[in-house]
Design a protein around this ligand. Structure first.
Ligand code: PCD
Length: 790
């Protein structure tokens, strides 16, 4: 069990929306094991698919012989790249304007790549039959280390692209290089540090999968799918496969964790659809754990060379960074920004500095494609890690206290909205208060005293801080899109005659509790109790268009849409209430749940009475339609910028290098808090994620490109034993542009925590930098002056 400590500075700060710590509406079904996941879908006559994957990282395909598999008695179809080529589906677009092989035709480009798809009567037969497919490969040298992907003699991975002579995907930069160099040239202190944010994996407990059901009679495709973005996927299936969009229904039922892993479209989905078209039967495909870890969207993999410039007194002046970004064999990043490195250019962090510049080069390697967000708004984690490590490196150089150094350089409250040196407009913040609260909650001075005492006894105790600012809530649509589809969210609200309501969202919940919190938003605006509000999501036939859930955008965008649509209903209710009471609507005042006559609070109509009247026989004023409902499409004016101050205390075993996270204090500011209990759950999960990345998680490869992390025996996610009892606090600085002042929070803790853990370990062992994951071996080596290759 983890302890929850609430430390709002004043009661007025926490004015939770619509019933605050409401228990989650979805949990009665989850705790009873009654959730309904894709793998629970059973359809009459349903067949099962399995994918044959490449054992090699880079090889030319000489031949594929499927005859033995086809003669398996339970096999209904075998699909190869050649089959798909005939249908024009061998390649599909990625969400980043690249192409990706659905099933390999010419070459395989990473270990685990999809080569063939078998459809059989049951899952086991399908698995057996893929073993019967005989593929002859001609091995090619692989590119494994991204830092050598651009070497003159590196094999060209994407020779499917005409005219390509190297493995470069993009070069992108942000900030002012000249101005930054000038500040560096005159700076008294410059600290440089190379650091790798390793390849990690979202590893949701439920892997990816789908059930494709193409009705051969009416030509309608129903696709149950583990997707975080049902509408975006529907449109893409329509565009790519040429299926009419109104004949496609994507249903995303309960999702067992997404974490960015379920944003892309994977070859298995396309193969299941083709399998259903060919066999005229529903086809289920659900990947196993190894397939998930080895072939679906990974995250990070940024080799960063960062530099920080400062005065001797510790005034931070500028930051610059050069990045080699490993995108794997296909550029499969799933992100809506027009920047190839997503929002990485928030790397100037939470500090008021004079200049900043970044240059990012994306390269292909013979590894699984991706670069998905993973609890991170598109490279914000890499950015936050970079700056927060650099600030600690600077503190080390200056022999300064890392807390004081941060306090001195944080953007001040009066500077908001703050225009960063790379072009972001931070909407609101009071950073000093939040950092102060974290230090107080942790008892910082006492911790430092304790550390000194322990050091004197030869014990290795470390205290690590991080202060992060995120940029979450994509759109605005003029700046962000997926393949030309803008990032605005639709929302529909209908109040039934008896005063119960249904709100339809375009975003999709993967476990974060939207059925509860969106009901709370509407409840707050209309005064209808949350239990009377049904939240519908995850079905394109039942919900308005929108691009889905990632980058903590549901609250900033769809949450705003829900508030706006409820206000529209409230405005309409006012007119109807006026008609009911035969007074001018202008004479009515709102109090949660009812309109009353100004000066006479007893003359009132509740929202439920108004709903009934709206559906009744009452004569409505000119131009007012019956019923009580509204729709909206919300295009956010800006992103939201949640932030937080984290402090981690570790003990390192001097003999073995084992790190024990003893305490972790997290003070988050996500603006107006809708459901504090859900926020705490989100933060707990993200902190555990961050500890995992800092200490044990990595997708690694050997020199032949074999993935060494294809199971949970090798890819070590933290358990309850590795994490401490979290100590949480909060401050509330509402977003000025969001209707209820809320900012996103779902990814904050994953973004902010790794740097705090690493800073704590470096503080404990007195080393400037060692790369994650800080496994005992690596820590031990770092303590003894060695380094282990990632
Ligand atoms: N909230 C509140 N308040 C505030 C904010 C928020 O209350 N202020 C809450 C809401 O409502 C929700 C949650 O909280 O319920 C969250 O939110 P947001 O932040 O808005 O977010 P969203 O959009 O909803 O979600 C998403 C996220 C993400 S992105 C991720 S990764 C993760 C998170 O979410 N994932 C997950 N969390 C979670 N949880 C769970 N359980 N599961 C999962 O899967 Mo990405 O981009 O995808 O990478």
């Amino acid at each position: 069990m983890t302890a929850v400590q609430e430390t709002g500075s004043a009661p007025a700060e926490e004015r939770p929306i619509g019933y605050g710590r409401l228990k989650r509406k979805e949990d009665p079904r989850f705790v009873r094991g009654k959730g309904h996941y894709v793998d629970d879908v059973q359809l009459p006559g349903m067949l099962h698919g399995a994918v044959l994957r490449s054992p090699l990282a880079h090889a030319r395909i000489v031949s594929v012989d499927t005859s033995a598999a086809e003669s398996h008695p339970k096999v209904r179809a075998v699909i190869t790249g050649a089959t798909l080529e005939g249908l024009g589906l061998a390649w599909m677009p990625t969400l980043s304007m690249d192409t990706q092989a659905v099933l390999a035709t010419d070459k395989v480009r990473f270990q685990g790549q999809e080569v063939a798809f078998v459809v059989a009567d049951d899952h086991y037969a399908a698995r057996d039959a893929i073993e019967l497919i005989d593929v002859e490969y001609e091995p090619l040298p692989p590119v494994v280390d991204a830092r050598h992907a651009l070497d003159a003699d590196a094999p060209v991975i994407r020779d499917d692209q005409e005219g390509r002579t190297d493995n470069r995907i993009f070069d992108w930069e942000a900030g002012d290089e000249g101005a930054t160099d000038a500040v560096f040239a005159r700076a008294e202190v410059v600290v440089a540090q190379h650091m790798l944010y390793p390849r990690v994996h979202p590893a949701p407990l439920e892997t990816c999968g789908c059930v494709a059901d193409m009705d051969p009679v009416d030509g309608k495709l129903t696709l149950w799918s583990t997707t975080q973005a049902p509408h975006a996927h529907r449109t893409l299936y329509a565009m790519v496969a040429g299926l009419p969009e109104h004949k496609i229904r994507v249903i995303s039922p309960d999702i067992g964790g997404g974490f960015g892993n379920k944003v892309p479209i994977y070859p298995g989905y396309v193969c299941a659809v083709v399998g259903s078209i060919l066999t005229k039967k529903p086809v289920k495909w659900v990947e196993d754990r190894s397939e998930n870890l080895m072939s679906t969207g990974f995250a990070r993999d940024y080799h960063m060379h960062g530099e920080i410039a400062a005065t001797r007194e510790g005034r931070i002046l500028a930051v610059r960074v050069k990045v080699i970004a490993d995108h794997g064999a296909f550029n499969g990043t799933a992100q809506p920004s027009k920047f190839p490195a997503g929002f990485f250019h928030v790397f100037s962090g939470s500090y008021d500095i004079e200049a900043a510049h970044c240059a990012v080069t994306g390269v292909y390697t013979n590894k699984a494609p991706g670069g998905v967000a993973y609890a991170c708004s598109f490279r914000v984690t890499e950015a936050a890690f970079l700056i927060e490590r650099l600030v600690d490196c600077l503190a080390d150089e200056l022999h300064a206290d890392p807390a004081e150094l941060r306090m001195k350089n944080l953007i001040r409250p009066e500077q908001f909205p703050y225009r960063s040196k790379t072009g972001w407009e931070y909407d609101s913040g009071d950073y000093q208060t939040t950092l102060r609260k974290a230090l107080d909650l942790a008892g910082y001075e006492a911790l430092r005293r304790e550390q000194a005492e322990r050091r004197a006894r030869g014990e290795l105790m470390g205290i690590g801080l991080s202060f992060f600012t995120e940029t979450v809530g994509a759109g605005p649509r003029k700046h962000m899109d997926i393949l030309g589809l803008g990032m605005a969210d639709g929302c529909e609200l209908r109040v039934h005659p008896t005063g119960k309501a249904v709100v339809r969202l375009s975003v999709q919940s993967q476990g974060q509790g939207h059925e509860t919190t969106f009901a709370q938003i509407v409840a707050e605006e209309l005064g209808i109790p949350p239990e009377d509000i049904e939240v519908v999501h995850g079905d394109t036939d039942q919900t308005p268009f929108g691009l889905g859930t990632y980058g903590s955008r549901s609250t900033p965008v769809s949450g705003a849409a829900a508030a706006v649509v409820a206000r529209k209903v409230r405005d309409k209710a006012r007119i109807i209430a006026g008609a009911m009471m035969e007074v001018s609507p202008d004479d009515l005042e709102w109090e949660k749940g009812r309109w009353f006559v100004r000066g006479d609070p007893t003359a009132a109509k509740t929202i439920q009475e108004i709903a009934l009247a709206a559906h009744g026989v009452l004569e409505l004023p000119e131009g007012v339609e019956g019923h009580l409902e509204a729709t909206t499409v919300y295009n956010p004016p800006n992103l939201t910028f949640p932030y937080g101050a984290y402090l981690c205390v570790v003990d390192v075993d001097p003999g073995t290098g084992v790190v024990k996270v003893r305490r972790f204090v997290a003070v988050d500011d996500c603006g107006t808090r809708i459901n504090p209990m859900i926020i705490e759950g989100q933060v707990h999960g993200g902190l555990a994620d961050g500890v995992g990345m800092a200490l044990s998680e990595i997708i690694s490869f050997d020199e032949d490109g074999n993935c060494l992390s294809g199971s949970f025996m090798d890819y070590l996610v933290p358990t309850a034993l590795e994490v401490p009892a979290w100590e949480l606090g909060y401050t509330v600085t509402p977003s000025p542009h969001h209707p209820i002042g809320a900012k996103g929070v779902g990814e904050s803790a994953t973004v902010g925590s790794p740097a705090a853990v690493v800073n704590a370990v470096m503080d404990a062992i007195g080393v400037r930098h060692a790369d994650m994951p800080l496994t005992p071996g690596r820590v031990w080596l770092a303590m003894h002056g060695g380094v282990e290759a990632p």
